[in-house]
Ligand binder design. Structure first.
Ligand code: GLV
Ligand code: GLV
Length: 324
């Protein structure tokens, strides 16, 4: 009797191929681009051994209870695992796979794109060009802030933060600062980044880029205190999780001119309702959580999540596992 697995979405083909050609499991799947309804998920996972999920599924006690004691492995096709209750997994002895590394470059690239789009006001400018706002060439019009000679502050100098810095360096950034739970000398030395207290980072940075995980410690920590310390010309970029930002405070900071602009690939909630006040601001660029969205990267993530799941089912070491 092969172990049963449940896949919560239509996934990139590299992942599906690994699962279906392995001959190691019976696959059930929510074969749609839309998320599986919660009730459907709870019903379908009863008695499964492996769960292949995405960041859109909250994996909590209710889900784990619905699966029952047969469940051995959860494999999420994401680097973030704030949607998974580690405590509940640990209690039940369930292992967790995730997909770091394979998306670092794609996320770093999109972070740079979002930073440039926000600082050089690309979306505003495109609108002006299309809608008749482009009367003539004007010396003072559509001026933004460039990276040359700037100071960039990175909140969370992990794999992605370091990859962002490496990509920004050729733009002529003068100084990299970073704040984290502690110094990370091995990473910092490669990009010559200085470990500084958060308030110092806020005061000196022209660009702040958030690259940390969402944890109880980082929940809402980008709020009024941070924004009020930032330069009025500074730009705030977040490609990590919406939950690290107090969005009400960010809105106020943007409206009151405490900071110049913000670029967000992540919000809370997702999707952000289309009538949300942040969407009305010209100095806020919002993307629909697409940082890892290259064809190659999504295939790599799907494949890694698939092989993690299979390894877990066989009681072997996973390629990438969250140690609980
Ligand atoms: C995307 O946000 C991920 O966690 O992979
Ligand atoms: C800009 O196009 C310039 O010629 O300065």
């Amino acid at each position: 009797q092969l172990p049963r697995i449940y896949v919560t979405r239509k996934i990139p083909q590299d992942g599906m191929k690994i699962l279906s050609q392995s001959g190691l499991c019976n696959i059930e799947q929510w074969d749609s681009d839309e998320p599986v309804p919660r009730q459907e998920l709870l019903k379908k996972i009863a008695g499964i051994q492996g769960l292949y999920c995405l960041l859109t599924e909250k994996i909590d006690a209710e889900v784990l209870d619905a699966a029952g004691p047969s469940l051995q492995v959860v494999s999420t096709m994401s680097v973030g695992y704030d949607h998974v209750s580690l405590e509940e997994l640990k209690k039940r002895g369930i292992r967790l796979g995730y997909t770091p590394d394979v998306l670092t470059e794609a996320v770093a690239e999109l972070t740079v794109a979002l930073l440039l789009a926000t600082s050089r006001r690309l979306l505003e400018a495109v609108d002006e060009a299309k809608n008749g706002g482009w009367g003539t060439w004007k010396p003072l019009w559509m001026c933004g802030y460039g990276l040359t000679d700037s100071t960039v502050g990175i909140l969370g100098l992990g794999r992605i933060g370091a990859a962002v810095a490496a990509r920004l360096k050729p733009f002529g950034v003068k100084r990299f600062l970073y704040a984290d739970t502690g110094p990370r000398p091995e990473v910092a030395v490669k990009i010559t980044a200085e470990f500084v207290p958060l308030d110092e980072l806020a005061r000196h940075s022209d660009f702040i880029v958030v690259c940390c995980a969402l944890t109880p410690e980082t929940q809402g920590f980008c709020g009024n205190k941070l924004f009020s310390l930032m330069k009025e010309t500074a730009i705030f970029i977040n490609t990590s999780r919406g939950g690290v930002v107090n969005q009400e405070d960010l809105y106020q900071a943007l409206v009151n001119g405490q900071i110049a602009a913000a670029g967000l690939d992540v919000t809370e909630p997702e999707p952000l309702p289309t009538d949300h006040p942040l969407f009305k601001l010209k100095n806020c660029v919002i993307l629909p959580h697409i940082a890892s969205a290259t064809v190659t990267t999504r295939n790599s993530m799907a494949a890694l999540a698939a092989s993690n799941l299979l390894a877990g089912l066989q009681g072997k070491a996973m390629g990438k596992e969250v140690l609980l």
